[in-house]
Design a protein around this ligand. Sequence first.
Ligand code: NAD
Length: 456
Amino acid sequence: MRRFRSISPHDNSILGQVEISTTDEVQAKVAAARAALPAWRARGVSGRVELIKRFVNIFEQRANEFAELASKEMGMPLEASKSDVADAMQFLSWYAHNAEKYLSPEVTFENEKEVHTVYREPYGVAAVIVPWNYPASNFVWGCGQNLLAGNTVVFKHSEEVPLCGKLIEEMMVAAGIPDDVFSEVYGRGPVGALLSRQDVDLICFTGSTDTGLSLYRTAAQSMKKICMELGGSAPGIVFEDADLNEATSAIYAARFSNAGQMCDALKRLLVHESVWDPMVEKLVAKLEHIQVGNPLSAQFQMGPLVAKRQVDLLERQVADAVAKGAIVIKGGKQPGIAGAYYEPTLLSNITRDMRVWQEEVFGPVFPIMRFSTEEDAVALANDTQFGLGGYIFTNDPKRAERVAPQLQTGMVSVNGVSYVKPMNPFGGYKVSGLGREHGHFGFEEVTQTKVIARKR
Ligand code: NAD
């Protein structure tokens, strides 16, 4: 039996081992998920909602256990892991509460002779593949609306959090969700690739753009439906009229939460030249208070990155920037403790040929650049292949109204207001993805649309 290990990024200890799913197992789980479709569909929305609500109750009872496990496996500070679980349950509860409304038939045309009704029908078997950065939310965002819509799911959590995956599977069984309606496969990338090549009807993927592109090719071979939430390099623009204190807190949270490992994190900051000095000063002052260390200790605000290879990648991205003339204002190195740690880092003198500008930076490294006109700011913000989030800081509502539509991104936050809500669409423009999660948008994404036109 082939196994892989779950390793703590804090101290490299081995947390557990999980068997890698074999080809036969993956095939059998997909076949079982297909066989389970009629019964799952026959349960109706209300029957599925009941089971999902039972699952939410169980997850809430085991929230602390899950949060601690997540922090150990991927390094997020414990309080943040608890928020991940609470947020995930809030989203799942919202989906359950609104499923009936958004999945019910809708009469689109009627007169004295005819009635035309639109139905939302499940696709069938969904392969759902997710990363590790929010172990509870990644699972809920990928699977919740699928299951409520009547799809059965074969799920692969990330190889970085296999024990979280096991605990989710256990709680689904405890909630009475049949193990052919929801099952899991375990392993690294090749297991995900194997799952995507099976007889599934849709692929819902969250992860890097490179993996997304390869899954897009797989899906194209048999015209499979695909939904993709991919990487980002969100710009933030601080205009000269912004409230800099308010902006500093929002920018810190948007860049450095979860050690910078958020898909829609603010990854490139553009600051008007007239407020450059105070803005940099405030960011440096904020970072002075950030202590990096054990994610299970409340003493530290930032944990390790998910794995040493991420630290190595950050080092290469920072070295490239420095070689091309970037100035390290703060951080720029490992803090000298064991584990996958990296100091919160501010880089200035950024040029567009640097990797930190062109690539996604998935860690606590923050390139900042000056601009002089609104036009320049928008051009620099859009100077990327990505298009997930965007952030604007200004006290002029007219400016916000003018600039937000010009950003080539699926989501825009003005003055730190979070767009992440269960009723809002989450997703990207350009190479940041295809389709949207949450709200009625998410239900539409995981269902097929059928119109039936009949006589009265
Ligand atoms: P990744 O693409 O390496 O892995 C994600 C998942 O895909 C894992 O379960 C992995 O095992 C699996 N996988 C890897 N190669 C595969 C293949 N060839 N075929 C099928 N499955 C495969 O991503 P990661 O490094 O684990 O996660 C970080 C990335 O995820 C970042 O780019 C981040 O921006 C992105 N992300 C996006 C969102 C979003 O909603 N847009 C949310 C979270 C993370």
